[in-house]
Design a protein around this ligand. Structure first.
Ligand SMILES: [Zn+2]
Length: 225
């Protein structure tokens, strides 16, 4: 069975009938649906995974953000959704406070001030150091790569990919991966987390390592050929 052939499905885990909303797993090669499960069962699995290793991943942070939203229709929310949401927000705050001004706008750890910009938000301007934004904008290629960056903690890589006015920055080590998104050509502070597969600690550690490597010049980007 394929996704679009699913009609009035039953949850393969708890047996709930005629699901209005569901998730499905499919075989990578054939595309055949291997399992259909309800959102309650999906949430149960996400929280069990969280209990195991406190790892953040995009589906967990998305559910946590919706479940803890002040307009969420749920009368009671499992405390762990708040834990996931707070951990996820702290990663986002580290991006805004350090990686974005230091690396993207080239403040390289220097103090900076922000000023309002016309269409909403704030700008920190460009710093005196190397700016990833300037390098990405100057590149004729939409895709840039770092190659292996080696520091005291091991190895990681950075890739940037720009399309339709957006720029994605992916930082990946053997234990953590985080993907950031920002506007390619705007000078406002807009960077956020697009995807994550890491604990809060490992994600922030990886962001710090990338910032340090950028500041010391160990991390450079070249056009992907
Ligand atoms: Zn179920």
């Amino acid at each position: 069975m394929k996704f679009d052939e699913i009609k009035d499905p039953t949850c393969n885990r708890c047996g709930a009938l005629k699901l209005q909303a569901w998730s499905a797993m499919a075989d990578e090669k054939s595309g055949d649906v291997t399992e259909v499960y309800c959102f309650a069962c999906k949430d149960k699995e996400t929280l069990a995974d969280w209990d195991k290793d406190h790892r953040l991943h995009s589906s967990a942070t998305m559910s946590a953000s919706m479940n803890t939203h002040k307009y969420s229709p749920r009368p009671r929310v499992d405390q762990r959704w708040y834990e996931i949401n707070i951990a996820s927000n702290r990663v986002g705050e580290a991006v805004s406070a350090y990686f974005e001004p230091s690396v993207w706008f080239g403040h390289v750890g220097d103090r900076f001030v922000t000023t309002p910009v016309e269409n909403g938000g704030r700008s920190c301007g460009f710093g005196k150091g190397r700016s990833m934004a300037k390098i990405v904008r100057a590149s004729k290629n939409s895709w840039m790569v770092s190659g292996d960056v080696i520091d005291d903690s091991g190895t990681f890589t950075v890739r940037t990919w720009c399309t339709a006015g957006r720029c994605l920055i992916e930082i990946e080590s053997t234990t953590a991966r985080i993907t950031l998104i920002t506007a390619e050509d705007e000078d406002a502070l807009r960077m956020g987390v697009q995807g994550i597969d890491a604990t809060e600690y490992d994600a922030i550690d990886l962001l710090n390592r990338a910032e340090m490597a950028w500041r010391s010049g160990v991390l450079t980007l070249t056009d992907k050929t």
